[in-house]
Ligand binder design. Structure first.
Ligand SMILES: [Zn+2]
Length: 446
């Protein structure tokens, strides 16, 4: 039996149904699970003093392309819209292999962990030069984050009227075969799972109608979740109307892509009818505010979605369209962006943090994560509120208004992944040096 006691926290934001907050509370963890919250608790195990810290559930990232961490701020793509940005980056990504995939993922995961993330999904939709989903799962296992890998895919290349170059697309039969392989090899449906696998064709503009439909059938047969990009910007809507004769929501519904086992990234351009469809079907949304700003995609109607009952989580999106994997910064951006369009009372700091924790866990089907309550997994972020970022704050728990951008401590399944601001599981300096070498090599190739 292993126990850790987080003692005398400045405050504990539980994100339970009532939104309970406790000052001066202890949190007792046993064998990866939260067992008790209270005052004056004791343990024979490890004690972490938390008087300087606000304790929150670990943040949950619902959309990422970790492989893109090696291609941030690429000059030709810095100021492009989505489609132009993709066309700049596809040729660079086509030079990736297994080593680039693993180190890129490890770097992105390290940044996520330091920004409070304990559970992340990833959407890997290209597999050049022998790269496999396994490469990213290896990275997540090494660093110790809870990981929902999704087997993405592209099958419509340029010569068939799609956006990606032909060299980056795969045969649809091979895609489905590899989906089965990775689900059978890695997917863990049990409570407390550290790795789950989902099925995730890249987007309606890079795979066929048949693959969308078959992927949904396969995912439901295997009991795994489904993920894709949807309604990201005006170009995306125009493509849907021109190619499929309908809006993205209708396309998704027709092909089986609505339901509590589905979550879509972006959804910036969902209209009222589509929001109702998502609410009624409990279809999830991964809101990626920094990426939407970065690519000029627009402001997703998150206030309307949440009010209608759509499950919403947050995502940093790929590092190349953010260009950051800082999840607490993403939560702050989510709060700010709703205020731009709807006013200062459109989203509070606590509500944005709730989307970043409980909301994301629900979107990923993880009812065992996302809140601090007895019986839930011990995924916890401890934020030191005695530093410059919190100085002068009258409400230290309003972390997204004035608070640190990095955690002091991070626990995943009760294991300490960050201690005193440093990763315990990997050598970050060596990882950064390795990714530098790989990024340089990519930049030097023609
Ligand atoms: Zn994306």
């Amino acid at each position: 039996m292993s126990e850790t006691l987080i003692r005398n926290a400045h405050s504990v934001l539980t994100m339970d149904d009532a939104g309970s907050e406790f000052a001066g509370a202890d949190v007792l963890i046993r064998d990866g699970v939260i067992v008790q919250i209270g005052e004056g608790l004791t343990t024979a195990g490890e004690v972490v003093e938390a008087a300087n810290c606000v304790v929150t559930p670990g943040l949950v990232n619902t959309h990422h392309h970790l492989y893109q961490t090696l291609t941030r701020a690429v000059p030709g793509g810095q100021d492009a819209l989505l489609f132009g940005w993709l066309q700049t980056l596809y040729p660079i990504w086509s030079r990736f292999g297994p080593e680039e995939m693993r180190i890129s993922a490890l770097t992105g995961l390290a940044e996520l962990a330091l920004s409070g993330c304990t559970l992340t999904s990833d959407h890997l939709y290209l597999y050049p030069n022998g790269a496999r989903l396994d490469d990213t799962i290896d990275a997540a296992t090494e660093i110790g984050l809870r990981f929902h890998a999704t087997r993405g895919a592209m099958s419509i290349g340029e010569s068939d009227g799609g956006l990606p170059p032909d060299a980056l697309v795969e045969r649809e039969e091979a895609i489905l075969e590899d989906c089965i392989r990775v689900i059978d090899a890695f997917h863990d449906p049990r409570e407390g799972a550290m790795v789950r696998v989902g099925v995730a064709p890249c987007s309606p503009f890079s795979v066929s109608r048949e693959l969308m439909r078959d992927a949904a059938l396969l995912a439901r047969d295997k009991g795994v979740m489904m993920h894709t990009h949807l309604a990201e910007n005006d170009e995306d809507i125009a493509y849907s109307e021109a190619q499929f004769g309908c809006r993205p929501g209708q396309y998704a519904e027709e092909l089986g892509w609505t339901g509590p086992d589905v979550w879509h990234a972006h959804c910036v351009k969902l209209d009222g009818q589509e929001i109702d469809l998502f609410a009624q079907s409990r279809t999830g949304v991964a809101h990626c505010p920094c990426s939407n700003c970065r690519l000029g995609s627009g402001i997703a109607p998150i206030r309307d979605m949440v009010d209608a009952g759509v499950p919403v989580g947050l995502g940093v999106d790929g590092s190349a369209s953010n260009d950051s994997s800082n999840l607490v910064a993403e939560a702050r951006q989510a709060m700010l962006l709703q205020r731009v369009s709807r006013g200062a009372d459109a989203m509070s700091a606590r509500e944005a943090l709730r989307l970043a924790t409980r909301g994301g866990a629900e979107v990923l089907g993880r009812h065992d994560c996302g809140q601090i309550a007895p019986g839930k997994r011990a995924d916890l972020a401890l934020w030191d509120v005695t530093g410059i970022d919190s100085a002068g704050s009258w409400d230290k728990a309003a972390l997204l208004l004035a608070g640190p951008q990095r955690v002091r401590h991070l626990f995943v399944e009760g294991r300490q992944v960050v201690r005193d601001g440093l990763l315990t599981t990997i050598d970050l300096g060596a990882t950064l040096a390795h990714q530098d070498t790989l990024a340089l090599r990519l930049a030097e190739q023609p």
